[in-house]
Structure formats: C-alpha cells, structure tokens
Design a protein around this ligand. Structure first.
Ligand SMILES: Cc1cc2nc3c(=O)[nH]c(=O)nc-3n(C[C@H](O)[C@H](O)[C@H](O)COP(=O)(O)O)c2cc1C
Length: 195
C-alpha cells in the first residue's frame, strides 16, 4: 500500500508508484484530504483542482489500471486488518500530523490504521516524513515510531551521486524508500558502484 498525506513531496510518491507497478506488486493507493491538495499543487500546479480528480489523475499518470484507489475512511480495504498480510506500507510523503497520530496510537483514518496494523504484525512500514525544522515533538514522535518497528526514511536527497536534474534528486529518495521496503528497483547509482 502506498499512502500519501499532506506533506510536500508528491513527486517522490509519483516515482515510487511507477516503480511499484513496474515491480509487479499488487498496489493500493490511499490519499488523505491534505494529500490530495498537495498532489493538485505539486504535480499539476492547480490549487483549485477537485481532490478526487487529482487522486484519479495521479494514479492514471503514474500507475496502471490494476492500481486500486481506496478512500481514507474505507476500512473494507485489506490494509485495515492484519489477516490480509500486506507486505509493506509506504507513507510518502508523510506529514507530521500523520506521524503524530501514528505515534499516539490513534487510528483516525485508513492510512493510520494500515500503519498501526503493520506495527502490530511486525511487518514493513516505511515512513517518509518532510518538515523543516523539526520540533522536539516531531523528533520524539519519529523516535517512538522507529522504536515500534517502522523505518523512517526522511525526504533528504544526497548529492554525492552528482545529480544533474530534479528527477535525479527525486529518484535518489524514491530509490532509498524502495530499498527499505524491499522492492527491487534501480533508480539511483549506488555508492561504490562506479569504477
Ligand atoms: C500544500 C501543503 C503543503 C504542506 N506541507 C507540509 C509538510 O511539508 N509537512 C507537514 O508536516 N505538513 C505539511 N502541510 C500541513 C498538513 O497537510 C496538515 O497538517 C494536514 O492536517 C495533514 O493531514 P494528513 O496527515 O491527514 O494528510 C502542508 C499542507 C499543504 C496544503
């Protein structure tokens, strides 16, 4: 499952969705209300875009017909129960609001619930937070979630692979997220691979 919440970074999610589809994974997408606003702004430059339309366009542009969109309150989704054995949940971008909600054990929407399920089942949960600077509360929440079993992969691109374009920076973060989720992808040049 790929969850998108209302933090900056929709281009990372677009790249991750493409790679998940290419890997042959069975992918569902869940987008919060604020996440749909970020998609509309950052991918389509249109603050006034209808949120549902933005999510549908996002999946049409970066996924395929097999990718299912689940509403953020649709608990009939498999991710709402541990019995469905979801391999990995990636939340990218992940807002500090969602980080705080997961850290507090609240399960106010399907994205939070899916995260809580992965933690209770000991399965992969990869969070891609984006905020700067970070407050004590943000840092404590991130530590709490990490200690509970999640992987925290901040949207912090490196520059040692000598990026030439914004896509190179996006691919670097998306590639590290996919590595952490255990998905095969070759989006960036690994350190030490150049002779
Ligand atoms: C365009 C836009 C960009 C935002 N960027 C961030 C961000 O980078 N990090 C963050 O933690 N919140 C950011 N916010 C605020 C969150 O979207 C807000 O706290 C919201 O309640 C998060 O809800 P959600 O986690 O359910 O998506 C942004 C909001 C908007 C509309």
């Amino acid at each position: 499952m790929l969850g998108l919440t209302g933090a900056s970074g929709a281009p990372y999610a677009a790249r991750i969705l493409r790679a998940l589809v290419s890997s042959g994974a069975d992918v569902g997408v869940v987008v919060s209300k604020a996440g749909a606003q970020v998609i509309a702004l950052e991918l389509y430059g249109d603050r006034g875009m209808n949120p549902a339309g933005a999510v549908e366009r996002f999946v049409a542009d970066h996924g395929d017909a097999e990718v299912r969109i689940w509403g953020e309150s649709d608990y009939s989704a498999p991710y709402a129960s541990g019995s469905s054995r979801t391999d990995a949940v990636i939340i990218c971008p992940c807002s500090m609001a969602t980080i705080g909600t997961i850290a507090g054990g609240a399960e106010a929407n399907l994205i939070h619930r899916a995260a809580a399920v992965q933690l209770k089942e000991g399965r992969k949960l990869v969070l891609v937070p984006r905020e700067t600077p970070l407050s004590d509360i943000h840092l404590e929440n991130l530590l709490r979630i990490k200690r509970a079993g999640a992987s925290v992969v901040p949207a912090m691109p490196g520059f040692y692979h000598l990026p030439q374009t914004i896509d190179d920076l996006v691919d670097f973060v998306a590639g590290r997220v996919l590595d952490t989720a255990g998905v095969e992808a070759t989006l960036y040049e690994r350190w030490g691979s150049r002779r």
